[in-house]
Design a protein around this ligand. Structure first.
Ligand SMILES: [Zn+2]
Length: 266
């Protein structure tokens, strides 16, 4: 074979390799580096509480996500990404969560979630369930879980303010209290619901100190959530993942900005 022929063959091989690599790149879906976690609390057509969202507004938000190419991914998918167990979620990913176990999650949120077939993670504090008049029952929570759309995780045992309790209690009392909030909550939820509980949403949004974060890790939690208003990003600590509280006023342009924050809102 003449040197020129060899050169041509080498060039052809090289060009086909470049084109194959370009094709692979084109085939890969775009990935999200920042994912908004939308946090709900309760639903009612009348605003009985500043965190009450009307079912009509909630449905319009899900409709907006659907018609504008957003994907509602399970919180677990985002956690796996943050823990290095999965690649970044697809572009325009959004996560839905709800704190506190209010009964309107069962009566108002469930039908809309079923209609849009979207995953939701609920953060529950067991002391209220089948006990407080505003809260769901264990049977209702089990019904939600059976739909395959709801994951049930921890929101401490009785929704205390860790920062206040730390100031008030002796060291020994505080450690006992932390143990109940972290471990008893996890055990009770696992016993009542089955499955593993390894995520916790900090109550009242107070940022936990390093000691509390470490104790949560030791108690078996792999990720935890705050109410710092920005999308979850790779630089966030797994025990301090941020979430946006959604309000009834988050309609139209306000909601659009929430799920598509400007690049500097890290
Ligand atoms: Zn709460």
């Amino acid at each position: 074979m003449k040197p020129l022929q060899l050169l041509c063959i080498a060039l052809l091989l090289c060009l086909s390799a470049i084109s194959a690599s370009a094709n692979t790149k084109a085939a890969q879906p775009k990935q999200s580096s920042r994912v908004p976690i939308l946090l709900y609390h309760r639903f009612d057509a009348r605003a009985t509480n500043f965190m009450t969202v009307s079912p009509a507004v909630f449905e319009s938000q899900l409709a907006y996500l659907r018609t504008n190419g957003y994907r509602v991914i399970p919180l677990r998918r985002l956690v796996d990404w943050r823990l290095g167990k999965a690649p970044a979620p697809p572009a325009k990913s959004v996560v839905l969560v709800a704190d506190d176990g209010h009964r309107s999650i069962f009566t108002q949120m469930l039908p809309i979630i079923k209609k849009y077939n979207t995953p939701v993670t609920l953060f529950i504090y067991p002391s209220a369930i089948s006990n407080a008049d505003y809260a769901m029952t264990w049977d209702q929570l089990r019904t939600l879980k059976k739909t395959g759309l709801f994951d049930i995780q921890s929101h401490s045992y009785w929704h205390p303010n860790f920062i206040k309790e730390k100031k008030k209690l002796s060291r020994d009392e505080y450690l006992k209290f932390v143990d109940i909030q972290l471990r008893k909550s996890k055990q009770k939820l696992e016993k009542e619901m089955g499955g593993e509980v390894d995520l916790i949403a900090w109550p009242f949004g107070g940022l936990p100190d390093q000691d509390l974060q470490e104790r949560a890790r030791q108690a078996g939690y792999s990720a935890a959530f705050t109410i710092v208003r920005r999308p979850a990003a790779p630089q966030d600590a797994a025990m301090l993942l941020p979430r946006f509280i959604v309000l009834d006023s988050d309609r139209g342009k306000t909601f659009e900005a929430l799920v598509n924050p400007p690049p500097h809102a890290r």
